[in-house]
Design a binder for this molecule. Structure first.
Ligand SMILES: [Zn+2]
Length: 524
């Protein structure tokens, strides 16, 4: 029998499996529900005995201002986190690329042959302190959500256990310092129970995520060998509204373009020139309706040619998700969603052309009887596998040409306007990026899914989230499958004022991280 690897950092010895209080049957295929339950029970017991200490550790971390542009603050955060990690036996490196630091940390296990890389970030969105009920960097524990009249709890006065529905309010409580504290205590829980990690553990902690991680690509290029792993767990974001644990296998890509259309070179009286002068607003309206129909289906030629269809497994996963469509319609007062009856989860697996704003003329008291010179629309284009920003741009431009426009990239001269029936200026934002979707039948992904079903029997698996993250920077450079494991409460107010974590979500994160690290390699 292979012995589970015991955390030498804490114990200094390898304890034979029989002596391990919670014994994981490490003969791979035989990891059972009972084994996983036993690990979780051991972790929960540790947590129950240490709740106040865990909360205080989290309060300490959350008390440190962490807006990425304040480099001195970010260094202080990095020092503190590095200290937490090194005292658990991690070796750490500060990866600086000019902006806020990234922390790389590794905890190698003697005998472990597989490696899990965990990504989280320790910077937070800027704060507008006047909008917060309690100061964002003075973490405050409340006995209920603020909106439900939660009252302050003095952490030093708590006797016994806390109510898991209590919430800790502070910037980054949900997004995204929670995984750091949860991991630290998952490791402590395992150590206290003499349960070893089954894998090598690597961490990449990002100090500038909320700034768009401008250095991440260069960093991965320079330190790709450090990030070598069998699985990349992306620990960020809110979990499903149903509060069921969720694995998310992808994100959409994103790009944007502003399109301006042109009338006469100066605004004209709509009575004297109406029906004669070309109207840029109407040109824009026709152009937009030529791009997509009323159900959201994109009408641009060959736009769907590159779109990877959902696999059988992905369709089945969506079919078994809780259907939130009806309640969303009620909540948001939507009689008829777009999408011709398809589910939200299917629709966000498709590309989208979204009109995010139009600027032209005035309305209400600012309405004037004129025909304008220009009108501009801003579009955001959500991409899915296997679309590329380059190809999408080509298809979009071909469509604009097909609609009779001459394309320019700078403001057109009078000469240009005289020589072309219709002119459109396209202003592309160059920071667009492609989507990423890990195949659900990837062998490592399948293993994680099955293990997660043991840990959380009500697990939801989702082919993709609708939103965009630049995960392709990892996907295009690393071989490990990338899976998102979001564990913050869905109503954590991330990015806004009064950000918070529900304590039960923190407790669950400790159990889930601990169970994965203790059993992953034993489960094949
Ligand atoms: Zn985040």
């Amino acid at each position: 029998m292979i012995r589970p690897v015991v955390n030498r950092v804490f114990r200094g010895i390898v304890v034979a499996v029989a002596a391990v209080m919670v014994c994981v049957d490490s003969t791979a295929q035989n990891l059972t529900d009972t084994n996983v339950r036993a690990v979780i029970e051991a972790i929960d017991e540790y947590r129950s005995a240490n709740e106040i200490r865990i909360i205080k550790d989290f309060v300490e971390l959350l008390s440190m201002p962490n807006v990425a542009v304040d480099l001195a603050d970010m260094e202080r955060n990095a020092d503190h986190i590095t200290g937490l990690l090194e005292s658990r036996g991690f070796s750490t490196q500060r990866l600086n690329a000019g902006g806020a630091p990234y922390i790389y940390a590794e905890l190698l296990q003697p005998g472990a042959i597989e490696t899990i890389l965990i990504y989280a970030h320790f910077d937070g969105q800027p704060v507008q302190e006047e909008n917060w009920t309690y100061p964002p960097f003075s973490p405050t524990l409340l006995d209920a959500p603020l909106l439900e009249g939660g009252q302050v709890v003095d952490i030093d006065q708590i006797e016994g256990n806390v109510d898991p529905e209590w919430r800790l309010y502070a910037r980054s409580a949900g997004d995204d310092k929670m995984p750091i504290i949860a991991l630290i205590h998952a490791l402590d829980a395992l150590a206290e129970n003499d349960i070893g990690l089954s894998v090598n553990l690597k961490l990449l902690l990002d100090g500038e995520e909320e700034q768009g991680s401008p250095d991440i690509a260069r960093l991965i290029d320079e330190h790709g060998d450090l990030l070598d792993a069998d699985l990349l767990l992306f620990c960020d974001g809110p979990m499903h509204q149903s509060r069921q644990t969720q694995l998310v296998f992808g994100v959409r890509g994103d790009m944007s373009v502003d399109i301006t259309t042109y009338g006469a070179i100066r605004p004209l009286h709509s009575g004297h020139y109406g029906n004669w002068a070309p109207n840029p607003i109407m040109q824009l309206a026709y152009l937009l309706t030529s791009m997509r129909d009323q159900s959201g289906r994109i009408l641009i030629d060959r736009y769907y040619d590159d779109v990877a269809p959902l696999s059988e497994l992905e369709r089945a996963a969506i079919a078994s998700m809780p259907d939130v469509g009806r309640s969303l319609q009620d909540e948001l007062a939507v009689h008829t969603p777009e999408g011709a009856g398809a589910r939200l989860e299917e629709l966000i697996a498709l590309p989208a052309v979204n009109t995010r704003g139009i600027v032209a003329g005035g309305v209400g008291a600012k309405g004037r009887n004129i025909i304008l010179s220009t009108a501009t629309v801003s579009l955001d284009l959500r991409l899915v596998p296997d679309q590329t920003p380059e190809r999408v741009r080509d298809l979009m431009e071909a469509h604009v040409v097909q609609q009779g426009f001459h394309i320019v990239y700078d403001d057109p001269s009078a000469e240009t306007l005289r020589h072309h029936a219709k002119v459109a200026k396209l202003d592309w934002d160059e920071s667009g990026y492609p989507a990423l979707r890990t195949a659900m039948d990837d062998p490592t992904a399948l293993r994680l899914t099955r293990l997660m079903r043991m840990i959380s029997p009500d697990l939801i698996v989702t082919p993709t989230m609708g939103g965009s993250l630049p995960l392709h920077e990892f996907g295009s450079r690393l071989t490990a499958p990338i899976i998102i494991l979001p564990l913050a409460n869905h109503d954590n107010n991330q990015h806004a004022e009064n950000e918070n974590i529900r304590l039960q979500n923190l407790w669950d994160a400790i159990s889930i991280y601990g169970a994965i690290l203790a059993t992953f390699a034993q489960y094949r």
